[in-house]
Design a protein around this ligand. Structure first.
Ligand SMILES: Nc1ncnc2c1ncn2[C@@H]1O[C@H](COP(=O)(O)OP(=O)(O)O)[C@@H](O)[C@H]1O
Ligand SMILES: [Mg+2]
Length: 371
């Protein structure tokens, strides 16, 4: 077997929040540990971001999606080139791309599965712009082998954490359960920041509720919270994943029909919803299987002080609440570090999906390489 060496890999990622392209130059080691050398949050040009949101709403033509794939590739290449300008070329770029559609359902048409996912950001454009080898399209192969193509970060969590609930709060929230009691498993707990972001934009004209300031000033409307908690997604057994196709503008607008009149109470309640759905997901699906007493929070939600306060309130006292920063891993760049690791695995032909997380029927090497 080929002797593995440390590699410099730039991870590129933009999540469902679509808040920025996260780019991180990493050193990936043969023992699967990853060191972040430098990370940047590279903003999308506003008109591209607006197009991506139009895509989420299903408003783009096939022509516009075709164009957007290449335009997003250019933006990802720009983000990588900022790091390359400072540090030189890496051995590899690992690009997650921008998810514009995720359809994890076992639906069939004439016996042909419709399960699918689409990440855009054309890898040939990234490769041409940077002159680097690019690994991209990590999710498709897992789906081809019966999985949901997500969550993929669990593979990294399993390498980096012990006996912990590793909780990401991005646009969507997902947990990885790493425990001595069972095989590592993970799933999307539900909505993360999508609803809070949408309503903060709609009601306050701001992209997000910085530090949870607005939520801290409002009150949780318990009756509306109870109503929001009835959604069937929260009761589904894992493996399960979700996205903007489910927590769509239509979904949120529908929920807002029963919202309290005071705008800050809306933000407080939605912030509480994210925390409560995480706590309930642990009660329903985690505690019966694994004894864990640490939750490690990451993603943008870790910076929302009110969301963290609600989490503390809803989680059992025995659970110690930490953030990735407590482990020397940036809350912002953990996912790019994880994709850098998946890129490394592609390079060395190491399978990197965990069937216990995605539901795939076997482990496979993820990603496609573009030279
Ligand atoms: N300082 C902060 N205060 C409150 N919320 C924040 C803060 N920073 C980031 N966020 C939230 O996190 C989101 C981005 O999180 P991120 O982990 O990048 O998600 P994704 O993976 O979906 O892009 C933002 O849209 C915002 O809701
Ligand atoms: Mg993001």
């Amino acid at each position: 077997m080929e002797e593995k060496e440390p590699k410099k890999i730039i991870g590129l990622m933009s999540g469902t929040s679509c808040d920025s392209i996260d780019a991180g130059l990493c050193e990936v080691y043969p023992d699967m540990s990853v060191k972040l050398i430098q990370g940047i949050n590279h903003p999308y040009p506003e008109h591209i971001r607006a197009k991506i949101f139009s895509a989420f709403r299903g408003e783009l033509s096939i022509k516009e999606i075709c164009q957007l794939n290449f335009a997003v590739g250019k933006c990802f290449g720009d983000a990588a080139n900022i790091l390359i300008g400072e540090f030189g070329k890496p051995d590899l770029i690992a690009s997650h791309g921008q998810t514009i559609y995720h359809y994890p359902y076992d639906e069939k048409l004439d016996n042909i599965s419709l399960k699918s996912t689409m990440q855009i950001g054309e890898s040939s454009v990234i490769a041409a712009q940077t002159g680097c080898l690019v690994v991209s399209n990590f999710r498709e192969k897992d789906i081809a082998y019966g999985g949901q193509g997500a969550p993929l970060v669990c593979f990294a969590d399993e390498k980096w954490f012990k006996n912990s609930l590793v909780q990401n709060i991005g646009g969507i929230s997902n947990v990885t359960v790493v425990s001595d009691d069972c095989e590592t498993f993970g799933f999307d707990t539900g909505c993360g920041n999508i609803m809070v972001d949408y309503c903060t934009q709609k009601l306050f004209g701001q992209k997000y509720d910085k530090d949870g300031e607005i939520a801290s000033k409002g009150n949780v409307c318990e009756s509306w919270l109870d109503c929001l908690l009835q959604d069937e997604y929260y009761f589904l057994e894992p493996p399960k994943t979700t996205g903007r196709e489910y927590f769509s503008v239509k979904y949120i607008e529908n929920m807002l029909r029963n919202a309290p009149p005071e705008p800050k109470d809306v933000i407080s309640t939605l912030t509480a919803l994210t925390a409560k759905t995480i706590a309930q997901a642990y009660e329903r699906f985690v505690y019966p299987k694994a004894h864990v007493d640490t939750a490690v929070i990451g993603g943008g939600g870790a910076y929302n002080k009110t969301m963290m306060k609600f989490l503390r309130q809803y989680l059992p006292q025995r659970i110690e609440l930490k953030t990735h920063e407590d482990y020397g891993i940036s809350n912002n760049y953990k996912e790019v570090m994880a994709f850098a690791l998946l890129g490394y695995c592609n390079l060395y032909n190491i399978p990197s999906n965990l069937p216990s997380c995605t539901g795939a029927f076997r482990r496979v090497v993820l990603g496609k390489m573009t030279s």
